[in-house]
Design a protein around this ligand. Structure first.
Ligand code: HEC
Length: 127
């Protein structure tokens, strides 16, 4: 019994570590944001959406709320593997990150948006 509970404790600990261990890669987020998110926005009346158009807290709340295009769809949908698979023949970033877990890519994009926010470390435009 004791060995089993020790094993369970170790497994739980390892899981909690791996859940936190991902260190967001803002550079990958930047590539994806510019290649996938921006390439759609520029083709629309809204045009490019600069990370520096919002403050860090606004971006964090935006990602958290997950309501894209005024709630018509979600941000997650455009980060998902399914979406990447659907555009990868025409989009190099989607092809390159075809197998990246959704949550990692979302964390990367969030890291880029926070870094590039108007009060971030390096306020950024889209291009
Ligand atoms: C297939 C096209 C498309 C893709 C891909 C896309 N968007 Fe959008 N985005 C839109 C449209 C349409 C709007 C709403 C434009 C309007 O309000 O006139 C929008 C609006 C936005 C806005 C303004 C606020 C809002 O939600 O109305 C933000 C921020 C945004 N998108 C972020 C993203 C991010 C981050 C990604 C990539 C993970 C992304 N978008 C990918 C089409 C796209």
């Amino acid at each position: 019994m004791r060995a089993i509970s020790t094993l369970i404790a170790i497994a739980a600990f390892t899981l909690s570590l791996s859940a936190q261990a991902y260190d967001a890669d803002w550079k990958r987020g930047r590539v994806y944001y510019r290649s996938v998110c921006t390439s759609c926005h520029v083709a629309l009346p809204i045009g490019s959406i600069n990370p520096s158009s919002k403050a860090k807290a606004e971006w964090a709340a935006y990602i958290q709320a997950d309501k894209h295009a005024k709630g018509k769809d979600t941000v997650k949908q455009y980060v998902s593997k399914t979406y990447r698979a659907s555009i990868k023949s025409a989009n190099k970033a989607a092809e390159k990150f075809a197998d990246t877990p959704d949550q990692e890519l979302l964390d990367d994009i969030k890291a880029f948006l926070l870094k590039g926010a108007k009060d971030g470390d390096a306020p950024a435009s889209c291009s």
